[in-house]
Design a protein around this ligand. Structure first.
Ligand SMILES: [Zn+2]
Length: 403
């Protein structure tokens, strides 16, 4: 698939054909990669409207996945066999970037299902010749410990919050998470502030690496230098749009896919390109860590803030194991309540730390018993905005009533 083939296909694919026609753009207007910027961008909303309209070669599709749906309706992504092979290759490269080899045994804690990450990482581990324990769908943390103790896997793959929780539960059982066989973790699904990375590394005595990917376009990972994510630009071009204060919306064009086409796809992720070679020797460029998603930014009492900054602040307080930060409307006023699981955490310190990063004084800061904070969503959300419509609102309201 060349750049020209991809564009030929785009101009015949209903979603893009209609968008380009409406703007009077013809195939002849796009002669090189530089001309891409003449094309309009697309968003998740465009893809969600009618998923069939963004598929380049419907006859070649062999499976569908849906994206995480962090911002509402899940997006369908159609894969041809070749698309899947590209994703597996990218993820295999991610596993190599974090220094794993065929001698490793991966413990894949990412769910195997409609979200693509579990399955693609499974295939990627096989591709590098390693062993893999497909543990992503286990329902209890104890079931995980039985498997880990049985097989002695060397690398954990999954959401950092889940790994952190597993370690704390293991310690609460009177055991030492450092005795588990993990040497490394490959964490995905959410940004990981340094403070929390250190907590996880210390808890298990492992090294934690992060990856970043979107089901619509592909994936990249950190290398040993940990400066950002090496991005596979041979497969996926990246542009930074609407730049402000050095950051902009990362916008991707998948060059080789023929299932769901992503051409100038706005990711809603804010970041930048690191324009210097990496000393690890990997030639593909780095994109910065994604600390903010446009959709996750929340206005509280007129101030815009990011859940990442709150996460960073919360885990800077000694003893915090888990928390739930809830924003809600109390008689027309934006109000914040924070619930914390942990040992010896001072409510006063939490109030001060949160006030320091948000300029907001939480109405309540409450220590709650271990394991009382409900697991909210696949990513185990710690930041919750009740002012937004969401089917999970009742779970959060019920929890708040109890405390
Ligand atoms: Zn590197």
């Amino acid at each position: 698939m060349t750049f020209n083939n991809m564009l030929d296909l785009a101009f015949k694919t209903p979603l893009y054909a209609e968008l380009y026609k409406a703007r009077g753009i013809t195939r002849n207007d796009i002669k090189s990669v530089d001309d891409l910027r003449k094309l309009p961008t697309v968003s998740k909303a465009n893809l969600v409207e009618d998923f069939t309209k963004s598929i380049g070669k419907p006859e070649d599709v062999f499976k569908y996945h849906t994206s995480s749906g962090t911002s509402g309706t899940p997006t369908v992504v159609a894969f041809t066999r070749n698309d899947w092979d590209i994703y597996v290759k990218q993820n295999a490269k991610c596993l190599k970037l974090i220094g794993t080899t065929k001698n490793d045994m991966f413990y894949n804690g990412t769910p195997y299902g409609m979200f693509f990450a579990g399955l693609v990482l499974h295939d990627a581990a096989i591709r590098i010749g390693a062993k893999i324990i497909p543990a992503g769908n286990l329902s209890s943390i104890n079931a995980h410990f039985n498997l880990i103790e049985l097989f002695n896997p060397t690398v954990f793959i999954g959401i950092p919050q889940y790994l952190f929780k597993m370690g704390n539960v293991y310690a609460d059982m009177g055991k030492d998470p450092r005795d588990l066989s993990f040497k490394k973790a490959y964490c995905l699904g959410e940004p990981l502030p340094n403070k929390k990375r250190e907590l996880i590394e210390d808890l298990f005595d492992i090294e934690v690496f992060c990856g970043y990917g979107l089901s619509e376009v592909g994936a990249g990972a950190e290398c040993c230098e940990k400066r950002g994510f090496h991005w596979p630009t041979e497969d996926v071009l990246v542009e930074v749009l609407d730049e402000q204060y050095g950051k902009g919306e990362l916008t991707y064009t998948a060059l080789k896919k023929t299932g769901t086409l992503a051409i100038r796809f706005r990711s809603r992720d804010l970041g930048y390109i690191i324009d210097e070679p990496c000393s690890c020797g990997e030639k593909s460029p780095l994109i910065s860590y994604i600390e903010e998603r446009i959709d996750d930014l929340v206005k509280i009492k007129g101030t815009l803030m990011s859940p990442y900054a709150i996460e960073e602040a919360m885990y800077s307080v000694k003893g915090v194991k888990n928390y739930l930060f809830v924003v809600y409307d109390d008689s027309g006023l934006d109000t914040v309540s924070i619930y914390i699981e942990g040992n010896g955490v001072s409510e006063e310190i939490i109030k001060n730390v949160i006030n320091g990063v948000t300029f907001i004084t939480p109405k309540h800061v409450k220590l709650v018993p271990k394991d009382s904070i409900p697991i909210i969503g696949r990513k185990i959300r710690r930041f919750y905005d009740l002012r937004r419509e969401n089917p999970l609102n009742n779970t959060v309201r019920k929890f708040m009533k109890e405390f």
